[in-house]
Design a protein around this ligand. Sequence first.
Ligand code: GLY
Ligand code: MN
Ligand code: MN
Length: 418
Amino acid sequence: MNEFEIRRNRLLDRMDENSVCLLFSGVSKIKSEDSTYPFLSNRHFYYLTGIEQENSMLILIKGICENHVYLFVDEYNEIKEKWTGKRLTFDEARYISGVNNVNSTNALDSILSLALAKEDNQYGAISTLYLDLSPEIKIRESTSTNELANAIRKKYSHLEVKNIYEDITRLRMIKSKFEVDSIKEAIKITQQGINNLIINMKVGQYEYFLADNFEFYGRSHNRTNLAFDTIVASGKNALCLHYPTQNSQIKGDDLVLFDLGFAHKGYAADISRTYPISGTFNEVQRDIYEAVLNCNKALIEYAKPGLTLLDLQNFASDFLRSECIRLGLMDESEDIRKYYYHSCSHHLGLDTHDCAIRSLPLEPGNVITIEPGLYFANNGIGVRVEDDILITSTGAENLSIGIQKEINDIERLFKMKG
Ligand code: GLY
Ligand code: MN
Ligand code: MN
């Protein structure tokens, strides 16, 4: 069965009887004048359809004894394709999504009105409409799903409108074999990109050179896309967690923090590594690096079903606090938030910071990051070591175990390249 069909069936299982779920890919966002940001379908919609095209919609109908699924995409438009690239035909949309019933978006209103009508009809007597009420989903430039919900409540007073966001989030939190394999492949390409980076690292380079080098590697070898904007931050620049500028020249004694990842079939890798540009850690860098590395390894050992992300965060804070006090890097316990000011974990998937109900205990099939860090302004050192792990029935499997993070391995690699 098509992966997207399996997902739709799981969602249908969660829906009330006599209900309709209506989802939108969304519309392009204007950047300025007539230029738009690159379009990405809303990820909940994509998760259920595989369709990456604006103005597409999905209807799931759960009747008493029969379910119905309809996909709507704009009619193929040759002129539009000549200007802005590939447009889907109905056949292509059918093939990708596994939905047999593909219609023009112009047909949405008539099918929807029929399904939502108060009188019994071919779909039964529908009493619930599910929408994804995330505020950012725009179904037209200026209309959100929340505005649609209000209009529907007025027009169809017999309907209860419910938010489906959390149900789809719960499905996305448990990864299938296909999803885990896709993340593994994204990590593999990322690992190759990092290996290539190490070969090319030299004192005096600019941060952008290394970022471009990584990105070019992925594009040229795998025709793959980035999962998120590449972060290459040398020295004190690493104190900014999502450092965006990449325009500093890397000095001879700098550590360089890389936070980067490619995506495969839409699934993200999210890896951080911190390497000395000279190939050798100095004493204070070594102390701080080892504290973070040991925390990363202890967290991976600790992670298992039943724990929450907050449990992991408390573990990381306690670990780093005692290391910082032991190393004489701080005196007061509560100062740890000055040197460790993010959380150590998030879910990973179609989004790099994947949708999640963060209070839910971990379950087998969750894929999360493990990313403790320490950041000191006084000596211009920022270290983060980030791996991607799969929660299993007994603990966790480190999916990025092959990407070097031990000091000996890093220093040996730099020596080997000369
Ligand atoms: N790359 C963003 C993060 O690690 O959360
Ligand atoms: Mn990251
Ligand atoms: Mn991360």
